[in-house]
Design a binder for this molecule. Structure first.
Ligand SMILES: [Ca+2]
Ligand SMILES: [Ca+2]
Ligand SMILES: [Ca+2]
Length: 148
């Protein structure tokens, strides 16, 4: 399964299993995501190379830029019901809101994940970032229309 789909399915599961007004524990999903994106299995750091690999799968025409259409199409390939979530994720990744994911966006994204600014993303920083993203997306998009 594509790595992106793991994240999307995590979102879907958290949505369908979450009870209204009850905080959802995303640890399990972020754990799965961490295992799948941390390609070199050093278990300590998430690197810019790994972040790039996490996103570049969606650049289907290999022009170095991922359009919203490319991302949503690639991300929902195995999970067609999750279009709304994938748009939310694209918005999260597209730091400068120009509807293309480029190196500028991944650099900005990396800096946002690296909350103490030491140039490395540790597992706790990765967890904090993704838990916030998942919580915020579930809040924004977590209504009855989302998966229907
Ligand atoms: Ca492209
Ligand atoms: Ca952009
Ligand atoms: Ca750090």
């Amino acid at each position: 399964m594509a790595r992106s789909s793991i994240l999307l399915l995590a979102l879907a599961n958290s949505h369908s299993h979450g009870h209204h007004g009850h905080a959802v524990d995303y640890t399990h999903y972020v754990d799965e995501l961490w295992t799948n994106v941390n390609y070199d299995h050093d278990t300590l750091h998430f690197t810019t190379v790994e972040l790039h690999d996490f996103l570049v799968f969606a650049d289907t025409n290999k022009d170095g830029s991922i359009t919203r259409h490319e991302y949503v199409t690639a991300a929902t390939k195995d999970a067609p019901d999750l279009t709304a979530f994938s748009h939310g994720l694209f918005d999260t990744f597209d730091a400068n809101n120009d509807h293309h994911l480029t190196l500028d966006d991944t650099t900005a994204l990396y800096d946002r994940m690296d909350s103490d600014g030491d140039g490395f993303i540790t597992k706790p920083e990765f967890y904090t970032f993704w838990t916030n993203v998942l919580t915020s997306l579930a809040h924004t998009h977590g209504n009855g229309n989302l998966l229907g």
